[in-house]
Design a protein around this ligand. Structure first.
Ligand code: AMP
Ligand code: MG
Length: 391
């Protein structure tokens, strides 16, 4: 059994090499940026009014001031503001030359002769200087950024509608187990619906890659070997679930070795999810995850996802928060690092969801993350802070 960090380092030694592709921005969400994005202009690109009001010279206040023109957003002012003058201006509009402040409309009185008077004692200048947010040529997003909606906005603001990203991996998902049937079938006897493949497809998709459902294979050595070899041809990576442990019918690690894969590990000191393997063969890779749904979920998050991020050159984002536990938590054995499904309370704490163990799929309903409890620690007192890895 090896530690999680060791498992990550071992798999990280044989990443799948990824090509890059240009995609329209519409398709870039969740992908990993494969180029730097540079600002093509100053932002704001001109001195910009931040209020509706009148652009004028601070030294002329409180007026009276002659109104020269009205400047809405999108229009270039036609007149320079001089002594005793002002221009009506809207939020976001270009401040006219000569003006050094915008007085708010709410603090202005109009005189009968059309002039205006400032009625408040003081004012902020209410003009954002050109280039205040960004300078032309400035690095905005680094290659390796995992793209979020905010990033898409930033890229669009530079005038780019296509962007270079790491190509998605084609990730096959194959459920192993003679008890399994597809979800649209009615279980009889001791049959179980294959829920893992759908769960994993969601996790793969959320990681920015393309899931391919290969279906179910029974616990039979030759059949499994055939299905795996056949599937590998169209895939970059295969994720198997079930048959990962050391039982008589836990065939996955053995079959992978028979097929010429190099097995890097078979057991990692995590709970749930100890039986988990990583293997590779000629530039392609394979994860053998547990059949238990919560285990395979955790294994994907803590092992597969970081591996994928490494393949794409993603800059890891810290998605862990430190937060007090609502109630004391105890466990009997503490030989492995523990991932406890938790939800948030409205008291600024987190709380274990109802959880009966790694087969308890429905615990994932309310879970917003997993509290990471180090190996060796049996008790967490009420109010002690834990790291929660958000999912
Ligand atoms: P295994 O890892 O094959 O020993 O399976 C452990 C448990 O997970 C057993 O109760 C299986 O029935 C269940 N299981 C295995 N594969 C799946 C699957 N694809 N979907 C849902 N449950 C599964
Ligand atoms: Mg099984």
């Amino acid at each position: 059994m090896i530690l999680l960090e060791e498992a990550l380092a071992l798999a990280g030694k044989t990443p799948i090499r990824l090509e890059t592709v240009m995609v329209p921005l519409e398709e870039a969400m969740g992908k990993v940026l494969a180029e730097d994005v540079i600002s093509d202009r100053d932002v704001p690109p001109f001195p910009r009014a931040t209020m509706d009001g009148y652009a004028c010279r601070h030294e002329d206040l409180p007026g009276p001031l002659i109104v020269l023109e009205s400047v809405p957003a999108g229009k270039v002012p036609t007149q320079k503001v001089g002594k005793g003058q002002c221009s009506k201006i809207m939020t976001g509009a270009m401040a006219p030359e000569g003006a050094n402040c915008v007085i708010m409309q709410e603090y202005v009185r109009s005189e009968e002769d059309g002039k205006i008077i400032f009625t408040a004692g003081e004012t902020d200048n209410n003009i954002d200087p050109m280039g205040q947010d960004l300078k032309e040529g400035q690095l905005l997003l680094r290659r390796g950024t995992m793209l979020t909606p905010g990033h898409l906005g930033i890229i669009a603001s530079t005038g780019k509608i296509r962007v270079k990203v790491a190509k998605s991996l084609m990730i096959g998902i194959l459920a192993t187990g003679s008890e399994l049937i597809e979800p649209d079938q009615l279980p009889t006897g001791a049959q179980i619906r294959n829920s893992n493949s759908h769960q994993l497809a969601g996790q793969v998709r959320r990681a920015g890659h393309t899931p391919i459902n290969i279906g179910i294979v029974e616990d039979h050595r030759e059949t499994m070997a055939e299905r795996i070899s056949g599937a590998m041809e169209q895939l970059d990576l295969l994720i198997l679930t079930g048959g990962a442990s050391v039982g008589e019918l836990d065939l996955v690690p053995g079959v992978l070795e028979e097929l010429g894969f190099q097995l890097e590990y078979q057991r990692v000191a995590i709970q749930p999810g100890k039986p988990v393997s990583f293997a590779h063969r000629s530039g392609k890779a394979c994860f053998g995850l547990s059949g238990n749904p919560v285990s395979s979920f955790v294994q994907f998050e803590v092992l597969v996802r970081p591996y994928l991020e490494n393949c794409t050159g993603a800059i890891p984002v810290n998605k862990r928060i430190r937060i007090p536990l609502e109630k004391e938590y105890r466990r009997h054995r503490a030989d492995r690092q523990f991932f406890l499904p938790v939800c948030f309370t409205d008291r600024g704490t987190c709380e274990a969801v109802k959880y009966h163990g790694s087969g308890h799929l429905h615990a994932l309903d309310k879970a917003v993350g997993f509290a990471e409890i180090p190996a060796g620690q049996k008790v967490i007192e009420k109010g002690d802070k834990v790291h929660v890895r958000l999912i």
